[in-house]
Design a protein. Structure first.
Length: 335
């Protein structure tokens, strides 16, 4: 099969991805093999290709927003069958036995495996996945529109839960890219008032078009106190203004896997009156299932940009240089 592998991690313009020929993977016990239709291109793939994320396996195939159909079922599978349309996400496996797995917080598992980092992902014609970690996909969205939901969408959804927005509350969103524009739609559908803070004029226009009540500059104060806020921009200097924008008792959740340094906080202005600051780490399978159901139910709108499979390296370079207006998605089957 054709695939892309991380040859030598390094700057994206030096071409860290190599087109390779590999044997089709065979599904082991409890696994299924997927004929890949599309695979989303996530910023984490870029971190991996450039070596910001230390490689865990030489020549790994990246890609963890995989949509396709099951074409072979391994021994002992009971949940999926040939022909099922499924998604393969970032979380490839958890141990199932550590204290976090046992109490419903498998996102904090002490021995997890990740798709496209520990195990080969979806920049390939075929991929395998443990059937318990794959998501059956709702109808109604095309493969290209579905792919970005599998990472950007699920993480944003978890961040929204972590921000503990009360019903009908006021939500602030800092940064408005792939993950934020999906999260905003979930919050709006639940009756929230949404204010968006972002430096990009196009992003502010998109926010207003989706139903946000206001859109202003990245560290501008919102027009009213926030019950909850989510920081999507990986910019630590936004933490103080976001905390200051919270109402008493409000919560700020930081959605990113990376954040630049947070400046010194002023206890009185930023934290007193029971303001809370929280991080978000990966997601549980329950988050994924709940988000995909909600996304389908509200008819979520996804702004996706398809790339032919042969141009995975270009898709990654475009992402690095902010040349993608929406979520980049590799079209693998027939691409
Ligand atoms: Zn565990
Ligand atoms: Zn991702």
């Amino acid at each position: 099969m054709r695939a892309w592998a991380v040859g030598r991690p390094g700057p994206v313009d030096g071409g860290p991805l190599d087109p390779v020929e590999r044997e089709r993977p065979e599904p082991g016990p409890g696994q299924v093999r997927v004929r890949v239709s599309v695979c989303g291109v996530c910023r984490t793939d870029l971190h991996l290709a450039e070596g910001d994320l230390a490689p865990r396996r030489p020549g790994v195939v990246p890609g963890h927003e995989v949509v396709g159909r099951v074409d072979r079922v391994g021994p002992g599978c009971t949940l999926l069958a040939e022909g099922d349309r499924i998604g393969i996400p970032w979380l490839a496996r958890t141990c199932g036995t550590c204290r976090f797995c046992l109490d419903g917080r498998e996102n904090l598992c002490l021995d997890p495996r990740f798709t496209g980092w520990d195990v080969d992902g979806g920049y390939a014609e075929y991929a395998v996945v443990g059937e318990r970690f794959a998501y059956p996909l709702p109808d109604g969205l095309s493969d290209v529109e579905t792919a970005p939901l599998l990472c950007a969408g699920i993480i944003g959804f978890r961040a929204l839960q972590r921000a503990e927005l009360p019903p009908g509350g006021v939500l602030g969103i800092y940064g408005f890219g792939g993950s934020a524009h999906l999260t905003a739609q979930i919050a709006l559908a639940e009756g929230a008032t949404v204010h968006v803070m972002t430096r990009s004029r196009e992003a502010r226009d998109l926010a207003l078009a989706l139903g946000a009540s206001s859109a202003q500059g990245a560290d501008d104060p919102p027009p009213e106190p926030l019950d909850a806020a989510v920081l999507f921009a990986p910019v630590g200097t936004l933490v103080p203004p976001a905390l200051q924008a919270l109402d008493r008792g409000g919560t700020l959740a930081i959605a990113g896997i990376h954040l630049s340094d947070v400046p010194a906080l002023d206890y009185q202005r930023h934290l007193f009156e029971e303001r809370t600051l929280r991080s978000v780490t990966a997601n549980t399978r329950a988050d994924g299932v709940a988000f995909l159901e909600r996304a389908a139910a509200i008819g979520i709108r996804v702004s996706a940009v398809p790339y032919p499979f042969a141009q995975a390296d270009r898709a990654l370079a475009d992402l690095a240089h902010d040349r993608v207006d929406g979520a980049a998605v590799l079209v693998v089957e027939g691409g």
